[in-house]
Structures are given as C-alpha cells and as structure tokens.
Design a protein around this ligand. Structure first.
Ligand SMILES: NC(=O)c1ccc[n+]([C@@H]2O[C@H](COP(=O)([O-])OP(=O)(O)OC[C@H]3O[C@@H](n4cnc5c(N)ncnc54)[C@H](OP(=O)(O)O)[C@@H]3O)[C@@H](O)[C@H]2O)c1
Length: 356
C-alpha cells in the first residue's frame, strides 16, 4: 500500500489545531499523517488544548503525551518548540508539506528560510505579503485545477477570500459587477487582548476583544482582485471584529452591470450551492451565527437577508466558519496539491471528502 503523505504543522494555534482535527475527523486521515508540530508553547498546554476546545468541543479521539511528543489515537507526533525556521531539523522529519499556521511569515525571503532549512513545500494559512511572495494562491473550488505540483510555496488565501470570491464570481458571470463593497463581521482572534492591553503596531488591537465592536484593517479587496482581475479597482472592503468566539459573516453590496431581482439572485446562488455542495451552501432559515459553528463549507449564502435597491444594487449576506471551514479547505489544498507531486499516494473516494 502507498505510504501516507507526511505533514507537519508550524504554529499550533486556532488554525493549526483545527487543521489537525479536520484531518482526524476526515477519512483522509488514512492518506495523510501529521508527523510533526512546531509550536513555541509547552507540550502540556498543547495536549490540553488539543483535548479540550471551547469552540469545537472535546477532541473525538485519544490524546496522550509520550517522549516529549504527542500521541493521537496511538500515532506519534514529533513536537518541537522553535521560534525560528532553522530551529527544527525539517529534513530529518522527511515531510512532504509543512502547513504554516503561525501567520508570522509573509515575504518570499522569510518563507524561503523554511525551504533552506529542509522543508520541501509550504502551504500557508494566510495570503503572502504580495502575489510575488508565493508561487500559487489557492481558493479550492475556484483554481485548484491550475496547480502544477511544481510549486514550493502555496497560500490557501484567507477565510474571507474563500467565502466571498465564489459568490462575487457567480455574480460577475451572471450579471456583471460594476463595483462592490464588502463589510466583514469577524469573530475575535488571538491577536486581540481579552481586556485592554498593548499591541506592537495596531492601536485598535489594544482594545478589549469582548467589550467592543472593533474595526480593523483588511486586505480583502486586494485578495479578491488577485482572483477576479475583472474587478480590479472596483472593490472596497472593511473588517469589523465582533465579540463572538467563532463564525463570521460578510455583507456584500454589489452594483450590478445588468438588471436582476431577488428571485434570480437566489436561483443563481442556490444552483451554485447544488453544483459544489461540499464548498457552498444556501439557506433562507432565520439563522444566527452560532448555527454555523463547525460548518465545513467555505460559504453559506443567507437568502433571508438578500435585498435589492432598484434593479442593480444588490445586497447579499454570507456566513462562514472562519476556523473550521478554512481548516477543511487547507485539507482540500493538501489533497489537491499532493495528488500532483505524489500521484502514487493513496486516493480517498470522493464521497469520503465530507469533512465535519
Ligand atoms: N483564526 C482564524 O479564523 C483564521 C482563519 C483563516 C486564516 N487564519 C490565519 O492563520 C494564521 C494563524 O491564525 P490563528 O488564529 O491560528 O492564530 P493563533 O491562534 O495565534 O495561532 C498561532 C500560533 O503560532 C505560534 N507562533 C508564533 N510565532 C511562531 C513561530 N515563529 N513559529 C512557530 N509558531 C509560532 C503562536 O504562538 P504565540 O502565541 O506564543 O506567539 C500561536 O500558538 C494567521 O495568519 C491568520 O490570519 C486565521
């Protein structure tokens, strides 16, 4: 039987742990194995936060510590605690992909330190500083077919880009988009303090995450333009952190190039969901964000919130689990990429891809 693809995780925070768990909860666990984790935190805390998760619940498996590493359902994972790429002997770990989830490395020069230190390939859980800093930026469902297998630095874009690009793309193809304004309502993240505290570069991130609605900077407009060049210069975005633990939303305001109405918009977005049921969903039930906790889709369109102001100004509301949905897309990315550079690796049946 072909050997499993060997993965490592750098940065075992929210996304690093969700990625490990998404793999564990998927039949893909037979084809892919996390063999190493590098995280500055101590092993006791890593094991504890693997077992107990306030957002996604108790880990559905056995988590143990042994010989300075983790053992999950009997499978050992090498653990290191370096803060520099050169602090780990990546070559000795014989990995196929390092899933970089620390978010600390954005430029090509920074990322190439991992390659020089023995990592053959990196999959990033964030966009590169610019398109030139990585070999390929992936939104699964949009452009995975353009991967070649020759890349060494692949970015999985951001959770917001994964959610909004498919919907904007569908609007653009059906009606044309003259301009769009995107307002992200994003749950709190670990770069915000629980109560007011210092932040080295961003005054807004000094404010208590649980006390306020906090506007923050966002690169979403540039992220969208990387995928939809027809919209270059036509998209503006802002992001607002809200005091919830997980699940986010984007309010899309789109000036269309041709006339539409609510029914035609819904027919378009419902059909898109039927075409890619693993990635996109549609609902017109009266939802609250918590309904989508642990939801594996990149995006769920909320049909109950669609509004038209005249025939061409459309307002569409979408939900996404910023942690779990994105972790499931990282897993899709690993599978699509490794099928190209290691086509001998065991294939999981398509039906088995229902993560979550
Ligand atoms: N959370 C989301 O919803 C989400 C969704 C999509 C993408 N992302 C992206 O994913 C990345 C991680 O986000 P997150 O929410 O998982 O953050 P997080 O919870 O803060 O996790 C990051 C982890 O990486 C560790 N770390 C810091 N520097 C490191 C280094 N040099 N080497 C190895 N590990 C290091 C951190 O330790 P310390 O805390 O000790 O520094 C922390 O444990 C960010 O780029 C973020 O934008 C996040």
């Amino acid at each position: 039987m072909p050997h499993p693809i060997r993965l490592a995780i750098n940065g075992y925070g929210r996304i690093g742990r969700c990625f490990l768990r998404a793999l564990h909860e998927s039949p893909l666990r037979h084809s892919f194995q996390v063999v190493a984790i590098n995280e500055p935190a101590d092993l006791d805390s890593m094991a504890y936060l693997t077992r107990f998760d306030s957002t996604h619940g108790i880990f559905p498996g056995d988590v143990q510590q042994r010989d300075e590493g983790l053992v999950i359902d009997g499978v050992p994972i090498h653990v290191s605690h370096a803060r520099e790429p050169e602090g780990v002997d990546w070559a000795a770990l014989d990995i196929d992909i390092l899933v970089e989830c620390s978010g600390r490395y954005g430029t090509r020069a920074e990322l190439e330190r991992f390659l020089a230190a023995g990592c053959p390939r990196l999959l990033l859980s964030h966009p590169g500083r610019s398109a030139r800093d990585i070999d390929f930026t992936l939104i699964y469902g949009i452009n995975q077919h353009a991967l070649t297998g020759e890349e060494r630095l692949v970015s999985n874009a951001s959770c917001t880009t994964n959610a909004v690009v498919p919907v904007l793309n569908q609007l653009q193809q059906a009606f044309g988009v003259e301009h769009a304004f995107l307002t992200t309502l994003h749950s709190v993240m670990n770069d915000q303090p629980l109560i007011d505290g210092y932040h080295h570069s961003d005054l807004r991130r000094t404010r208590s995450a649980m006390q306020s609605i906090v506007p923050v900077a966002t690169g979403l407009a540039q992220g969208v333009e990387r995928f939809l060049p027809a919209l270059a210069g036509k998209v503006q975005a802002k992001a607002i952190r809200v005091p919830t633990l997980n699940v986010s939303a984007i309010d899309i305001m789109a000036q269309l190039s041709s006339d539409a109405d609510g029914e035609r918009l819904h027919a378009l977005l419902r059909t898109a969901a039927q075409r890619q049921p693993r990635l996109q969903a549609y609902s017109d039930a009266p939802h609250a964000s918590v309904d989508f906790n642990h939801d594996p889709h990149s995006v769920v369109v909320d049909g109950s919130q669609t509004r038209m102001n005249g025939p061409r100004l459309a307002n569409i509301f979408i939900w996404f689990d910023n942690e779990w949905g994105f972790a499931c897309r990282l897993l899709d990315a690993v599978q699509a990429w490794s099928a190209l550079f290691a086509p001998h690796a065991e294939e999981a049946p398509e039906a088995a891809l229902r993560h979550g």
